[in-house]
Write a protein that binds this ligand. Structure first.
Ligand code: GLY
Length: 368
């Protein structure tokens, strides 16, 4: 069995271990914990699929195993659910020498990681991603969060896990749209930092991804890990990971999430590449190359939204740089905003613009 191990040297160093079938041997890859309680946090989708496998491995290794499963879906990524997890930990007398296993996709990782970061002022946790998106992106880098009424991920911590253990066999149960959410982030990683990797992913189908899945995840983890090591707290370079996301989140929100996250980010990347060229921020229009990267997946790049609609929503996005005090919402356009634009494939940069100019950027990106 081929296993890849990649070390992330953030504020805390940890290994990302990738291998088919690893879930059944989960406990073997937890060298940091000596007995005690393992608390599996998972959701109602993943619970019936993979909880038993994880539990069996942990119990065989002598851990007491507890499980808390919450209802799946973004609408359950709330402070209420976070408090339920914290109460579950406290009611079961979980101590600082115990640890959490975040078994699932990005929502599970974000909430379980947040709970681990604040329960008893911090206990250990291990990310066990079961989606491609969580494997290539959200399980690495220590971002944790829940949503507030005012928006997504508005409360959270940077809190690195003790390890990430990824078994790509778990992707077999993903539907195509959920799989494609991860493809968008993988393509993005190539586009922002590594042209060769971008070309290697371009046009691949799901089956072709799976044929090369260990190496694809490993390269993504190297790219993301390198960025996180350089800028753990998103003061500079880590913002590159937001390429396509300001427009993408606006598309998701304006369509009431009928466009999936992956499709919205893919469309956001196309929009921003076209806009960067038309605004004279770069010499070439890479939008067709980005579209071609997704040709192995069903997707839509026809965004039936106006630049004004996207702008309204995007201005309330948390990615506003905060350098000027105009964070009051879309009507207040006096501040600055950072956008991510390509210089070429494999090299993106952060560019600060007046928030009001974002409207022109969206106009340039939407209309060919
Ligand atoms: N998903 C973007 C980041 O971790 O910074």
């Amino acid at each position: 069995m081929s296993i890849r191990k990649i070390k992330i040297n953030a504020g805390r160093s940890y290994n990302v271990i990738i291998g088919k079938g690893l879930l059944a041997d989960l406990a073997e890859h937890l060298p940091y914990f000596k007995g005690g309680t393992a608390v599996i946090i998972t959701d109602s989708n993943v619970f019936p699929l993979y909880e038993q496998k994880a539990r069996k491995s942990l119990e065989s290794a002598g851990y007491r195993v507890l499980t808390h499963a919450f209802e799946s879906g973004e609408k359950h990524k709330t402070t209420d659910e976070l408090v339920s997890i914290l109460n579950f930990l406290a009611d079961n007398k979980v101590t600082r020498s115990d640890f959490i296993i975040a078994l699932g996709g990005g929502i599970t990782g974000d909430m379980a990681g947040f709970a681990a970061g604040i329960y008893l002022r911090g206990i250990g946790y291990v990310q066990v991603p079961t989606t491609l998106l969580a494997a290539v992106d959200s399980s690495v880098g220590g971002k944790t969060a829940v949503n507030l009424n005012a928006g997504k991920n508005l409360a959270g911590l940077f809190y690195q896990p003790k390890a990430v253990i990824c078994d790509p066999d778990t992707f077999e149960t993903l539907d195509d749209l959920t799989f494609a959410d991860g493809v968008s982030e993988a393509v993005k990683h190539g586009f922002i930092t590594d042209e060769g990797f971008f070309r290697r992913l371009s046009g691949k189908t799901r089956a072709e991804y799976m044929n090369d899945i260990i190496e694809i995840i490993a390269r993504n983890v190297e790219i993301k890990g390198g960025i996180v090591e350089a800028d753990e707290f998103e003061q500079g370079r880590r913002q590159l990971l937001n390429f396509g996301h300001t427009a993408g989140h606006a598309i998701e929100k304006c369509t009431n999430h009928s466009v999936s996250h992956g499709q919205a980010v893919a469309a956001g990347m196309v929009l921003m590449s076209r806009a960067a060229y038309k605004k004279g921020f770069c010499y070439c229009d890479y939008s067709q190359e980005i579209k071609a990267a997704f040709s192995g997946f069903l997707g839509t790049f026809n965004i039936h939204l106006s630049a004004e609609q996207l702008y309204e929503v995007a201005l309330s996005d948390k990615k506003r740089s905060g350098k000027t005090p105009s964070a009051g919402g879309a009507s207040s356009a006096g501040g600055k905003i950072n956008i991510i634009i390509p210089e070429r494939i494999g090299k993106c940069v952060v560019k600060e613009i007046e928030a009001a100019e974002l409207l022109d950027v969206f106009k340039a990106g939407l209309f060919v």
